[in-house]
Design a protein around this ligand. Structure first.
Ligand SMILES: O=C(CO)[C@H](O)[C@H](O)COP(=O)(O)O
Length: 231
C-alpha cells in the first residue's frame, strides 16, 4: 500500500475516534502519525465547542501539536485517572492484543493506557494480523545492565537489535535504550510478556496485552471496522 493511501486510511480511523470523544472527559492522547491525524480532528471538534476536563499525552511531539491547537496539556501525575485514551498501534491481533512502541514512547504509553478506563486504538488494515508478526518488539532497558540483557535475549533466540539514532544508540525520554526483538511471529505473547516483566533491567516492553478495549480499523477497501474486546 502506498503511503498516501495509508495516510488516508489513518485519517479515516482518526476521524471516527475523534467523533467518539465526549465533552467533559479526561482524555489520553497517544503518539504517532495516526494520532497526529486524531489531534487535527480533535482541534476541529474544539472549534465546534468540545471542552475537555484534562488532556494528558504520551510524547512531547503530541504535546506540542495539542498545545499548538490551544489545548492545555497536563502530566499523567496530575490526574487521578484517564477516562479514554486514543492511541495508534504497530500490530494488533484478533484478541485486540498488540505491539506498540515503534515511536519509542512505549513506557509512557503503557502507563497512560493502564490508567485509562477505556483504550481505543486507531489503525489502518495493514497493522491487523491473526498472530502478532512483521514488526520488531521494542524493549526499553536500563543502561546499567543493558549489555547483559542484550546477551540474554541473544541466548534465548529473541533476535535482539539495538535501536539506533544515527551512529548512536537511541535514547528514550527516560534516558534508557531500546532493544528491538526481531521475532518473525509472536505465537505466545503472554508467555513472552511474562518473561520480559520478570527480567531485571527491563523497564517496559511493547506487548500491550488485555489493554485495548476497542480498535477502529480503516480497511483498504475504504470501510471502517470496529472491534470491541470482550473482557
Ligand atoms: O506505539 C507507537 C509509538 O510508540 C505508535 O502508536 C505506533 O508506532 C503507531 O504509529 P503510527 O500511527 O505512526 O503508525
Amino acid at each position: 500500500m502506498d503511503k498516501q493511501r495509508q495516510d488516508e486510511l489513518k485519517k479515516q480511523a482518526a476521524q471516527k475516534a475523534a467523533d467518539l470523544v465526549e465533552n467533559g472527559i479526561i482524555l489520553g492522547v497517544g503518539t504517532g502519525s495516526t494520532v497526529a491525524f486524531f489531534i487535527d480532528a480533535l482541534g476541529k471538534r474544539k472549534e465546534e465547542g468540545l471542552s475537555l476536563k484534562h488532556i494528558v499525552t504520551t510524547s512531547n511531539r503530541s504535546k506540542k501539536q495539542l498545545e499548538g491547537l490551544g489545548f492545555k496539556v497536563d502530566e499523567l501525575s496530575e490526574v487521578d485517572h484517564v477516562d479514554l485514551t486514543v492511541d495508534g498501534a504497530d500490530r494488533v491481533n484478533s484478541d485486540l492484543d498488540g505491539i506498540k512502541g515503534g515511536g519509542g514512547a512505549l513506557t509512557l504509553e503503557k502507563n497512560v493506557a493502564a490508567n485509562s478506563t477505556k483504550n481505543i486504538w486507531i489503525v489502518d488494515g495493514s497493522k491487523v494480523h491473526d498472530v502478532l508478526q512483521g514488526f520488531p518488539l521494542p524493549v526499553e532497558v536500563l543502561p546499567i545492565s543493558c549489555e547483559q540483557n542484550f546477551k540474554r535475549f541473544e541466548e534465548k533466540g529473541l533476535k535482539p537489535v539495538w535501536r539506533m539514532d544515527g551512529e548512536k544508540r537511541y535514547v528514550t525520554h527516560y534516558g534508557n535504550y531500546i532493544i528491538d526483538l526481531g521475532l518473525d511471529k509472536i505465537e505466545k505473547p503472554y508467555d513472552l510478556a511474562d518473561y520480559l516483566d520478570h527480567t531485571v533491567g527491563v523497564v517496559e516492553h511493547g506487548l500491550f496485552l488485555n489493554i485495548c478495549d476497542q480498535v477502529i480499523i480503516a480497511q483498504d477497501d475504504g470501510t471502517i471496522v470496529e472491534q470491541v474486546k470482550e473482557h
